[in-house]
Write a protein that binds this ligand. Structure first.
Ligand SMILES: [Zn+2]
Length: 167
């Protein structure tokens, strides 16, 4: 279930049960329906695909609130090694190695293929002549939506800014 902010900005993905609670409490409204019916003890309703919060919720921009996972790092970096552009054997690399005080933060972690990760070893990228495709930062909420839902339903696409053929 895709959840949009009052501004139609995608926020996150929630379970159907959670969505129904939000709808029953009138904290959210249905934006897109699946056409399938949802049976509960109280009523039968059309199962929503996208809901929108009635009042605006401020999204935490604090990087620590947004959990760093391999999937989220890879999704943010388009499943591409940030040093050479390879799409295979992806690993997670600390740009400033942990041994040199680099933290596990969004601005210090990138997707890197295993050969690049080995080549870089315990050095800083510039010490071994490697450069990043772009400087890492906290991903947009869209990235977390894609991480939470491996397949993006067609009804979500217009809200996520992904093309009809993108997965
Ligand atoms: Zn590479």
């Amino acid at each position: 279930m895709l959840v949009l902010n009052a501004t139609y900005e995608p926020i996150h993905v929630c379970t159907v049960r959670r969505a129904v609670v939000l709808l029953l409490k009138q904290k959210a409204e249905v934006v897109e329906e699946t056409g399938r019916l949802l049976h509960s003890a109280a009523a039968t309703v059309t199962r929503p695909a996208v809901i929108r919060l009635v009042s605006y919720v401020k999204i935490p921009r604090d990087p620590h609130r947004r959990k760093i996972t391999r999937r989220a790092v890879f999704a943010r970096d388009d499943w591409t090694c940030q040093y050479c552009g390879s799409r295979t054997q992806l690993t997670v690399d600390h740009v400033v190695p942990r041994s040199k005080g680099g933290g596990s933060t969004w601005d210090n972690i990138v997707a890197a293929c295993a050969p690049c990760n080995r080549r870089k070893g315990d050095s800083l990228p510039r010490q071994v002549g490697m450069t990043l495709a772009r400087s890492p930062r906290t991903p947009s909420p869209e990235v977390f939506v894609q991480v939470a839902s491996p397949t993006i339903p067609a009804t979500w696409r217009q809200y996520l800014g992904v093309g009809p053929l993108a997965a």
